[in-house]
Design a protein around this ligand. Sequence first.
Ligand code: ZN
Length: 689
Amino acid sequence: MRGKTYKVLKRLLSFLLYIGLLGLIIFLLLVSASLILIEQSGVKLSQVLSLPLDYKPKLTTEIYDRNGYLLAQLYSEFRYFTPLEKIPQHLINAVIATEDKNFWNHKGVDAMSSLRAIWHNLRSGELREGGSTITQQLVRSLYLSPEPTLKRKLTEIVLAMRMEQKYSKEKILEMYLNQVYFGSGAYGVEAASLTYFGKHAEELDLAESALLAGLITAPSRLSPYIDEQACRERQKLVLERMRKNVMITESEMQEALDFSLDFQDKSLKPWKASYFVDYVREILEDEFGPEKLYAGGLKVYTSLDLELQEFAEAAIQEGIVYWKEAGVWPEGLADASGISQPQVALVAIDPKGGDILAMVGGTDYSKTQFNRALSLRQPGSAFKIFVYSTALETGTLKPSDVLVSEPINIDGWSPSEYRENPFSGKRYYGTLTVREAIVKSSNIAAVKVALKTGLEPIIETARSMGITSELQPLPSMAIGSMEVRPLEMAQAYGVLATGGFKSDLRPILKVEDWQGHVLKETTPKKERVLSEKTCMQLTDYFRSVIATTKAYIPDLPSAGKTGTNDFFRDAWFCGYTPNISCVVWTGNDNSSVNFSTRYNIGMYLPASFWGNFMKQALMKLPPEDFPQGGMERTAVYICRDSGKKATANCPAESVVKEYFIKGTEPEGWCSVHTSTISKNEVTTSTPTD
Ligand SMILES: [Zn+2]
């Protein structure tokens, strides 16, 4: 009995051993077959096994204004990272029910569902994707090329299994939900939620969650923007699967189906302050590289003030309407490339800290992206700021000097005076005080002063005040023949606004990475480049200038200078108050159009845009007085023929009331018209001109 049992046991054992061996052989054969298959398919197994399986999602960079208003989003894939705990459970369930219902149980690959997919594919006679687990889809999206080949499928399986060893189910789910494409340019649940419903993923309800989950299979075909009915049918299918998997109840399903969905308007919201965003984008790209900028999820805080920006844009549009109604702004004029002409640029900075507050580079960004606030144009008389500031600073010009506008010849070059009406007959102004020379914008006076002061020192001053464009020491430079940019002119005029300090331009205040680490932070940098006395004197002259232009706003302490070049191609107004420096340019992009209305001169078109903008800006930047630096002004009646204090003998047309900083007024009496009786009253007062 015992022996028989032993024999049976022995036979059983050897049978089992035999089966085991057979199994082992089959297993080894299968493994070698797989290896050969993998080898044949071209999979580099060592590479696949050593891939680090890192997760670095491509994230969206956001650009903000100084008060935290969103200006633009930059991305190669529109995606925001959202942690799993912020994703609603019904969205997670909807995705699992639809894409991979055994997700919580498999080890990366779901054999049954793969076989089912193969069977379905065979029966339908077409090769469709399917049967891939969430993990497989994730590795495919992260590490593999999209074309379906055997090599890719095998690699995908190996990577999916490795992924499951390296990461928890929750982490894999989190990566997947942030990675997957939902159509309409949206990657990941947060971007999808913002795109389709205009809300954050954590606010999604069941109906919306089911709809998004349904999009994953075929994001374009099922898009609500393309085929809303197909989209809703797909949503219904998702809800039914959720109910079948006991994730929701019948009544919850019904409620979600009855829920009407409110889709976000498909039209992309345009950027705000687009010209400025372009400008900042270039700076960021240089500093951080395109990869970090378009995929790094940076948060960029800029100096722009969106409210002022909107004032500026509105001021220009209103100005164009005004000048069209006045018959000055041409209707429907365009250059050879179809860009409407004339064009306008405006840039405003805070002279105290160098912050760029507003930037408009053209009349319509959607039609012309070329940024004229950064382009090189001839400044005309607006360049004289550098001539007079250098002359006053170095003492080659004294406020009490008189200048004579008369024919001159410099090596064959004879500059003329600008005349609004070329047929008015009068070609020269004769004797002028410094103020008169600046207010009338006498070219001959400026050229004379420039030659006396020296062209190189003037270039040095221009550089110190912020001009980086190329300048050549030619006499014509004095009246603006060298091209400069509106932005650098705003910086330069800002020096006068602060009483002598140049502030470095500061378009970007702070940059953070997607985890909130500060990558860059800027602080205002300024240095004294002109004396307070020179600035005060020149500002005093420029206050007289602005009073003659369309930029004048009564009771606002403001100053400015006009500029116009030949043929009316460029007209400038460079104006400032103590807390804003703003430059407006109007003109034609090129000579292919001829817009030569006599109104395209500094004192009309650009000055009117400046005034429109500043009237609005004043609501945010209340009027302030210019820095006086403890210096007083004094009014003196002088005789323009001698530049000395007028006497009773000076003819009335030669006598002019002039303001000086105390100590710079002329000392002696006019000796051209001799007399012994003085009619001078010396008074100290604030400007009324
Ligand atoms: Zn006199």
